[in-house]
Design a protein around this ligand. Structure first.
Ligand code: ADP
Ligand code: LRH
Length: 490
């Protein structure tokens, strides 16, 4: 019996068919498609129609393969949402990198202090958190909020189109920065202090709960019938963390895709002053856990560099970019990948060069030099954030689990091991989709719990170990990187 995971990343989406054979998971990628922002009247949006069409195509492919899925689940990137009025989507969802939120976080936190927001929600301050997006709508498009009667996040919107039911999901909801960290439900006080309607925010389903069935029309169109749909860890990072093949409760992970999410799993949120100063987050996890982690800008910078050079007619695949980086001189220049200058879409070459010049470094010029600068900087920043995770959790991690599409970049995995002076265990690549499948099986009672799911994942997928090399050289590089990034930050 198969089940389907739809995993929608910021750069690509996929449908993965999963089967559990004894205590072994088998997966088959049946559909993959490109995803990205669309520019409409000067604003960045997501094309929900495109995503929905791709979901339907995925279902059709499952049927064509003779599969009769017993359930499906959808996960996607966090924070983005749509507003529903009279059952209809009022506007294409905005992309979290759209500029309409510029300055909104500062405005909201001037009214409700940062310590209060963090104390209540435990969520990191990112300028695109839903709370600041909604504050922007309130200022810029109040008529839209007046018409809205329901708020749904991306997987929930798609689930609604598939099933006709509007159900919010806990892990993704935490990324709005509107969920109370200890009650694990909408923070009505915070919501009303923002002058938002409490009625917009519906009841929350926990990962692994049934959330409707395909409507009869979609069931008939696809020929699959009224397949049950689960609420899974609908935040892709929650699904990715669920799939980390760790053997015990104490582990560190890096979910490596468009973003790099590095941290650990905890039983209770860490909402100390230090956690706030380091801008860590406590996002809701699968199995009642919290994900204590930090966002690192990640391979987004390389994706945008690639897109820019593609546009200039110099087209390289990711594998070629990695090769170019390998051949470029080592430790020539670094960026602080988390500098806000790298957040927005657009040309990265000039921003990287300007960053290097402003920090007294020689600016990289050639594609390989630029790629090397990004990848070395990411590896060094991973060490920095792993040390911060250890500080906050009081735990020591013997190595780092890496999951996600970014682990296809073996050079980055090796450099991460070198920078940490610890081994990296890379796998599985499709972490989010596998976590999505696992939560459906837990919901169906086929897998007992998260611990059993991780044991099954551990024995089902190849995990590649990278032993640290050139540790002394990287240690010295790390000291210089820290001085560079410390002196740059205000
Ligand atoms: P998301 O789910 O956020 O869209 P993925 O997990 O699919 O992201 O990871 C995408 C990243 O994986 C790309 O930015 C790229 O850097 C990296 N990547 C993909 N394919 C390869 C490859 N063949 N070699 C090296 N890196 C790759
Ligand atoms: C990764 C991710 C991350 C969020 C960002 C918006 O795909 O979900 O966890 O912070 O996208």
């Amino acid at each position: 019996m198969s089940i389907i995971a739809f995993d929608l990343g910021a750069s690509s989406g996929r449908a993965i068919l999963g089967r559990l054979k004894g205590s072994r998971i088998e997966t088959e990628e049946i559909h993959r498609f490109a995803n990205g922002p669309v520019n409409r009247a000067g604003h960045l949006h997501w094309d929900l129609d495109h995503l929905f069409t791709q979901l339907q195509l995925g279902l059709a492919k499952a049927k064509a393969l003779g599969s009769e899925p017993s359930s499906l689940g959808i996960d996607s990137w966090a924070v983005d949402y749509g507003l529903i009025g009279n059952g209809r989507l009022l506007q294409a969802p905005y992309h979290y990198r759209d500029h309409r939120t510029d300055g909104m976080m500062e405005r909201v936190t001037a009214k409700i202090g940062k310590s209060e927001i963090f104390g209540r929600t435990g969520i990191q301050f990112l300028p695109f958190n839903t709370i600041y997006q909604l504050a922007a709508v309130m200022e810029q498009e109040p008529e839209l909020l007046a018409k809205a009667d329901r708020f749904l996040m991306i997987p929930e919107l798609l689930r609604y189109l598939l099933t006709g039911e509007m159900i919010s999901e806990f892990t993704n909801a935490t990324t709005t920065q509107l969920i109370h960290a200890s009650t694990r439900t909408w923070d009505d006080e915070l919501i009303s202090r923002l002058s938002l309607k409490e009625s917009l925010f519906g009841p929350l389903a926990m990962p692994g709960t049934p959330a409707g069935r395909l409507t009869s029309s979609i069931g008939a169109e696809t020929g699959l019938g009224r397949v049950p749909v689960f609420a899974v860890g609908e935040h892709d990072t929650a699904s990715a963390v669920a799939a980390v093949p760790a053997a015990g409760p104490t582990f560190a992970y890096l979910s490596c895709g468009t973003w790099s999410l590095l941290g650990t799993e905890v039983d209770q949120p860490v909402t100390t002053r230090r956690a706030m100063e380091l801008n860590f987050t406590n996002e809701g996890g699968v199995g009642g856990k919290y994900r204590l982690l930090k966002n690192i800008m990640g391979l987004w910078i390389l994706q945008e560099l690639k897109r820019e050079w593609d546009g200039k007619g110099q087209t390289y695949s990711f594998a070629e970019w990695v090769e170019l980086a390998r051949q470029a001189p080592a430790f020539a220049a670094w960026i602080d990948p988390d500098d806000p200058v790298f957040l927005a879409a657009g040309d990265m070459t000039v921003r990287i060069r300007e960053f290097c010049v402003s920090t007294g470094q020689r600016a990289p010029e050639q594609p390989g030099e630029l790629a090397r600068c990004i990848l070395e900087s990411l590896a060094l920043q991973y060490r920095n954030v792993l040390e911060q995770t250890e500080q906050l959790s009081g735990q020591h991690y013997p190595g780092l689990h890496m999951v996600g599409g970014g682990i296809q970049n073996g050079l980055l995995c090796q450099w991460t091991a070198n920078a940490l002076g610890k081994p990296v265990w890379a796998g599985p690549i499709e972490g989010s989709a596998i976590g999505n499948l696992a939560v459906q099986w837990i919901g169906a009672g086929v897998i007992r719990d998260l611990e059993e799911a991780r044991a099954i994942i551990r024995s089902s997928f190849a995990i590649k170990e990278y032993e640290p090399r050139e540790v002394a050289t990287w240690q010295e590089a790390y000291s210089r990187y820290r001085n560079m990034s410390r002196s740059h930050r205000p």
